[in-house]
Design a binder for this molecule. Structure first.
Ligand code: F6P
Length: 318
């Protein structure tokens, strides 16, 4: 293999740049040239490429976001768009593609593989919602950002004796909420995997208040509730005033943590080695601190044991 392409797709995640850096350096080690694709799959269709040198990527490990830019490409979801992308790849003599992204991006990688392009996928998403891997790049950094925010929210809630609902990202996955609640001393948690009704949340809060403490932290995953209605429901039921904070896009930015940088380095190198050995169609993951390859076609069946166990959750968060 003489030339490969790397792209980032879907929501940006801290550590994507570190993964690109690792890909370029590993490829260079093997004498392979790397082309960066701009703006995800759209760049693949439009031929927006930039040749990447080791010097250019050398100091990227600490930068948040993705310098290649990213998109959620509607065009690549069409057969025509994918055909065009394959044509562009072939005419640029690109023999393999590394996709860094989340679930939707992996579906694109699977399509490329099915069309005959040598492909590997690296998990880069703050949501940690890919079941086959214990961790995706970006999750640890975002968790630490959430923790820092939660601590600040608590300082204020404590000073005013107020309970706060904090909404965190995660799409349809509760990992960020669960880890943030465990590490950030949350009192009540509701996630897509374990959803509480308005009534559940309010009666749990009432019980906690009976112990004498009047400031509590309720952590919920995004997309689950109309937060204003939830706040009003609890306020009406318990006759208290509470606050709601949506953390939003602050969670996606920032310098990647050491964990994410190292994970990105390991996965980037692994993806290049995998492709170099003439294999294709796998997602790189991590299980029990070992890197794994899972066929993109089998992702649904593979489950890493990453959910916090029920006993832990019920002891600390009910
Ligand atoms: O997948 C990462 C993520 O930040 C989710 O947590 C969130 O639901 C979504 O992306 C937001 O997407 P967009 O950037 O398209 O608004």
């Amino acid at each position: 293999m003489k030339k490969l392409a790397v792209l980032t797709s879907g929501g940006d995640a801290p550590g994507m740049n570190a993964a690109i850096r690792a890909v370029v350096k590993a490829a260079d080690y093997f004498g392979i040239r790397t082309v960066g694709v701009l703006s995800g799959y759209d760049g693949l269709i439009n031929g927006d490429f930039q040749e990447l040198t080791v010097q250019e990527v050398e100091s990227l490990a600490s930068k948040g976001g993705t310098f290649l830019k990213t998109s959620r490409s509607a065009a690549f979801m069409t057969e025509e768009g994918r055909k065009q992308a394959m044509h562009v790849l072939k005419s640029n003599e690109i023999e393999a593609v590394i996709v860094i992204g989340g679930e939707g991006s992996f579906k694109g990688a699977q399509k490329l593989h099915q069309l005959g392009m040598r492909t590997a996928a690296i998990p880069g998403t703050i949501d940690n919602d890919l079941d086959y891997t214990e961790f995706s790049i970006g999750f640890d950094t975002t968790l630490n950002t959430v923790l820092a925010c939660v601590r600040k929210v608590k300082d204020s809630g404590c000073s005013h004796d107020k309970t706060t609902i904090v909404e965190v990202m995660g799409r349809y996955c509760g990992d960020l909420a669960v880890h943030a609640a465990l590490a950030g001393e949350g009192d009540i948690i509701s996630t897509p995997e374990c959803t509480l009704s308005f009534e559940d949340i309010s009666s749990r809060l009432q019980k906690k208040q009976q112990t004498g403490q009047s400031n509590h932290l309720i952590i919920v995953t995004e997309r689950m509730y109309d937060l204003q209605k939830l706040q009003e429901y609890i306020e009406g039921k318990l006759q208290i005033s509470i606050r709601t904070t949506v953390l939003g896009f602050v969670q996606r930015g920032g310098e990647p943590s050491a964990f994410d940088r190292v994970l990105a380095a390991r996965m980037g190198v692994e993806a290049v080695s995998f492709l170099k050995s003439e294999q294709s169609g796998a997602a790189i993951g991590i299980k029990n601190n070992r890197l794994i390859h899972v066929p993109l076609d089998d992702l649904e069946q593979q489950k890493a044991d990453k959910a916090a166990n029920e006993q832990l959750l019920s002891m600390l968060l009910t």
